[in-house]
Write a protein of this length. Structure first.
Length: 315
């Protein structure tokens, strides 16, 4: 992905932003990260809009889409803003909206007995949050909007996907307030130890952890043209020790502490045959619906780099 724009493109970015397009839309249009768009706007003295701001043109477009048969959630996705902002705009324009009831499979995490439940539990332990008001939230970089859609689909959720700006970062996510969903989730949401689950499901859980708060890293070796592979996972030390006892094979690990609000540590698999074995283990039996595409692409790169058979080549 490119990270620079020409002077003409920068001028066009500013003009289009001032006309109402979001940084998310512009990043997609020019194939650059949202941070690049924010940098261009700041450089040219263009002030960031309030997250609740809709231009007159956007309000008119929202009304047209709503009259055309879309509901407020569909309109919010089309315009890359939250459903709340769209509903407020429609009300200002005179539409009378019924109170919206959101649905979700509230018993999804009552029992961890499927690959999907194991995977999503791992991911939200790494990246999710249950706040003091009893609401579950999951927010990611805006480039992972399709991943939030996968999550909503797995939970049969009709909760709207929300967009907001965090500094120069465009975020996308979902908040779920269903009290029974949160109740069952609390029972298995543990960042100090791995919850009990079938050995056949553990690798799906670990893949969720890696997709949420892990990295697959390639570094140049100091000699020759080769690369070294490492896989890291950030979590509490007690959680990582608990996890290491459950892995089906022994690996050489390194736990290096670093400063964090959660007192996290970095669990590192340095490059070795075991590192590749670990990756093959967590991706065995995975499907597109329960993996993060960009992490999976790095796994495929590792297979190519170290000349290991790809999943489809296995006999």
């Amino acid at each position: 992905m490119r990270r620079t724009l020409s002077r003409e493109q920068e001028k066009n970015v500013c003009e289009r932003y001032l006309k109402g397009e979001s940084a998310v839309q512009l990043g997609g249009a020019y194939s650059v990260p949202g941070t690049t768009i924010w940098g261009v706007l700041h450089q040219h003295g263009v002030h960031k809009r309030s997250v609740n701001f809709l231009t007159k043109a956007q309000e008119l477009e929202a009304c047209k889409l709503y009259l055309g048969g879309m509901d407020s959630v569909q309109v919010s996705r089309a315009l890359h803003v939250s459903d709340t902002i769209i509903r407020s705009a429609l009300c200002r324009c005179g539409f009378k909206l019924q109170a919206r009831r959101c649905n979700v499979d509230s018993t999804f995490f009552r029992e961890i007995d499927t690959p999907a439940k194991s995977y999503w539990l791992g991911f939200i332990i790494a990246d999710g949050c249950i706040n003091s008001a009893g609401k579950f939230t999951l927010f990611l970089n805006s480039k992972d909007v399709s991943y939030i859609q996968k999550f909503n689909s797995a939970l049969k959720s009709t909760y709207s996907i929300c967009y907001y700006n965090k500094g120069r970062r465009d975020m996308v996510g979902v908040s779920i307030s269903n009290k029974f969903f949160v109740l069952y989730l609390r029972r298995v949401f543990d960042r100090d130890k791995v919850v009990d689950m079938s050995e056949q499901l553990l690798h799906h859980f670990v893949r969720g952890l890696i997709d949420g708060d892990g990295s697959i890293i390639f570094t140049k070796v100091p000699y020759g043209n080769g690369e070294r592979l490492s896989v890291t996972l950030a979590a509490t030390e007690s959680f990582l020790l608990s996890l290491s006892e459950l892995l089906p094979f022994k690996v050489t690990t390194k736990i290096a502490k670093y400063t964090s609000d959660l007192g996290s540590v970095c669990f590192s698999y340095l490059y070795s045959a075991k590192a590749m074995e670990f990756l093959r283990w967590i991706y065995s039996g995975s499907t597109e619906s329960i993996r993060l595409d960009r992490k999976y692409e790095r796994y495929l790169k590792a297979l190519d780099l170290f000349q290991v058979k790809k999943p489809g080549d296995l006999t």
